[in-house]
Design a protein around this ligand. Structure first.
Ligand SMILES: [Zn+2]
Length: 171
């Protein structure tokens, strides 16, 4: 079992500008991908088949610190599982909220409903992110992680781009 990245609803430079990364456990070896497909997937572009999985896909939301913090601010990360929701009216973000969410993100209540019940994790990620646009991700994950530049760049395997002072002493 391995965890694969299905896509990203945020910026391709997600550590700089914020990202919403969707992951899923995948029992099969990950299929070979061309560099272009890998890049487009990471950007959340296109419609890709999603692998069958026994696990629930999840989204990791990365919010960078304000721009003027020069690598010394804190990144905040939330993680929420993307359960299928057949009847959003029964959830805390039921009927009344969905109408406000729809007008905020410029969609319709029925599209949100369809996305919550979709078989595609990326559709569900969009629905959850839309609700969070109104209520914040803290409503889905009350235990966000705060991380330094160095730890967050290390976690995502991008430490060579780390903007912290220790990594940039020679500049
Ligand atoms: Zn560093």
């Amino acid at each position: 079992m391995r965890t694969i990245l299905l896509g990203n609803l945020g910026d391709v430079n997600f550590l700089e500008y914020g990202g919403k990364l969707v992951y899923q456990e995948c029992p099969e070896p990950e299929p070979e991908r061309s560099p272009l497909e890998a890049k487009l997937r990471a950007m959340g572009c296109g419609q890709w088949p999603e692998p069958e999985s026994p696990g629930v896909p999840y989204m990791v939301v990365v919010e960078p610190p304000p721009e003027d913090s020069e690598g010394e601010g804190e990144w905040e990360l939330w993680q929420l599982s993307l359960e299928k929701v057949e009847d959003p009216d029964q959830e805390w973000f039921g009927k009344a909220t969905l109408a406000s969410v729809a007008s905020l993100v410029g969609t319709t209540v029925s599209e949100l409903r369809e996305a919550f019940a979709s078989d595609r994790a990326m559709d569900r990620a969009w629905a959850y992110a839309s609700v969070a646009a109104l209520h914040g991700f803290g409503e889905f994950d009350g235990y966000s992680r705060k991380m330094s530049a160095h730890s967050v760049y290390t976690e995502f395997g991008l430490v060579e781009d780390c903007p912290c002072q220790d990594c940039n002493e020679d500049d």
